[in-house]
Design a protein around this ligand. Structure first.
Ligand SMILES: [Zn+2]
Length: 238
């Protein structure tokens, strides 16, 4: 059995500028290679991704926006920005409307969302926003200035950072797209330079370990793990 992304429009919704590359970059690269339209929404500005020895926040948000755009260019993806400050993302009406409007413009058939059990409050808030906006995007009564979708997109939950507490239901084989995923993550130079922060493994090591361990679990070299959405109209029959 082979998963086929060729007629899909796939949009990931992530909290921070490097999360898509870490958790679903290989899947997006594979989908793009198969002919799907792909993109992702970065909810937060990445303004607090500074080394422990400091650094100012404002230019960093601009640097990280450019890094995301460079990563998207690797696979011809479209990238959107919600512009929330790091650590302050919440499931508010304003953010729901902004994300609903992006859904209506991109018209995803599949949305990749953070797990509601991921480690960071911004990740959990982004997951809540996806659940709300994936419903409202197809609701004509919710007016955003763009036409409603004919059908709510399917939603898959992405792996957690380091796989903590996440029991995968299936995985996408990204072996042929691991190099693309590495190049995407390699665009985030400001974060890769944080390699000696004490609170994280270096970002590239974190990515390699997760993709290798999911690959081993699913009998391939490199993989990204997911769960189906349990929410009505966001789950699908195959
Ligand atoms: Zn994050």
């Amino acid at each position: 059995m082979r998963l086929d992304f060729s007629n899909e429009r796939i949009l990931a919704v992530v909290a921070h500028p490097d999360d898509a590359e870490l958790l679903c970059g290989g899947t997006l690269a594979r989908a793009a290679a198969e002919g799907a339209a792909v993109g992702w929404v970065v909810c937060c500005r990445g303004d607090k991704g500074v080394p422990r020895n400091g650094g100012s926040e404002k230019p960093l948000a601009e640097v990280r926006r450019k890094e995301s755009e460079a990563a998207a260019a690797v696979i011809g993806a479209e990238v959107f920005f919600l512009g929330a400050p790091d650590g302050e993302l919440q499931d508010t009406l304003e953010r729901r409307r902004a994300l609903t409007d992006i859904f209506r413009r991109f018209q995803p058939t599949l949305v990749l969302a953070h797990s509601e059990h991921d480690y960071h409050p911004d990740h959990r808030a982004a997951a809540q926003l996806v659940l709300a906006s994936s419903w409202f995007a197809a609701s004509p009564a919710q007016r955003t200035g763009t036409a409603p979708l004919r059908r709510a997109p399917a939603v898959w939950e992405m792996d957690t950072v380091a796989g903590t507490g996440f029991l995968p239901e299936f995985a996408v084989d990204i072996t042929a797209w691991m190099e693309a995923k590495r190049r995407m993550l390699g665009s985030h130079r400001s974060q890769l330079q944080r390699a000696h922060d004490t609170d994280f493994a270096p970002l590239d090591v974190l990515m390699e370990r997760l993709a290798a361990s999911r690959g081993q679990q699913f009998d391939t070299e490199w993989a990204e793990a997911f769960r189906w959405s349990r929410v009505w109209k966001r789950c699908r029959a195959f």
